[in-house]
Write a new protein. Sequence first.
Lengths: 172, 172
Amino acid sequence: MQGRDIVLGILGESKRTGYEINDILKNRLSYFFDGTYGMIYPTLRKLESEGMISKEVIVQVGKPNKNLYSLTEQGREELHAYLESDVDDEIFKSDFLMRLFFGYDLDDDKLTRLLEREIERKDEKIQTLTDNLRIWKENGLTRTQEMTIEYGLAQYDATKKVLEKQLKELKS
Amino acid sequence: MQGRDIVLGILGESKRTGYEINDILKNRLSYFFDGTYGMIYPTLRKLESEGMISKEVIVQVGKPNKNLYSLTEQGREELHAYLESDVDDEIFKSDFLMRLFFGYDLDDDKLTRLLEREIERKDEKIQTLTDNLRIWKENGLTRTQEMTIEYGLAQYDATKKVLEKQLKELKS
DNA sequence: GGGTTCATGTAACTTGTTACATGATTAT
DNA sequence: ATAATCATGTAACAAGTTACATGAACCC
């Protein structure tokens, strides 16, 4: 699962510009993938040069022209092949857990702040995901897309609860 | 949070060889960080050249000599500085969720298999983490280290439950 | 006047992955 | 026998990050 795959996946839904792809990644898929322009534009160029996607230029005034990309037949084949291939293990890296794990010298004050800060982050993520869910529902979500959001929310929620429990224990 | 930081963290606990660091990463910290030899050995070399760690060679017969590394004072400072710095956001990448998200053409059979396979994976992870917890407890865990395991288990458990619920709904 | 949105992109760099290479010892 | 454990490492490569560069339009 690389940038390439997710770009193909997004273009599989509909024609998109690099800018839109970035937007989707940031707002819609950020709970299971991250991407930046530095990845998106070079990937689009490469996919185009390989004939996986084709470009349609939309001339604009006052802004750079839009490059609207869509999958070619070959691109759709690659997407299908990816979707049929073995599923990779999930990748999870937590700087927060590392702080806990190696923080031998964390006093109660510092630990409290660390936990509180992380609870805040979970809240933000839950908020974003909940808000977005509402918006997406208007546009129509597939059953499996809804599953992914439920999965994401459950994950945030469960870890938040653990943190709250630990914070409570600490305070008593 | 990079390989460098986690290597310093591990060496902060006690002297270790590259081999042992790999072992710890694989068996003890795999639920929040991944590392390979290809990262570990070059990182150790670099840290040594920068004076962050020092090497003690243990001569062995029939095996390569052991290189036992320990933090220098400078290395301990860097570790502390890291531990005081801002906590990075957690990174989560899920190929599984991507398959769900872009799998418009998943029929019930394929979806069932996808969900069942992912439930299996969660079980494996929960098993490993539970087993390891027992072993670590014998060696002594800090309170915060125990927290990290609880966090990890809660995460696996919550997502597993979501998958089981979805599978049940699918079958009915 | 200042921030956000739209819209493109590149170049240098960092980081880590993959695959390879070696080889004795010990457990099954 | 054969697999696993101990123990080191490198070289080529892939992938993505960060920082930079440009600039009009629009909203507050």
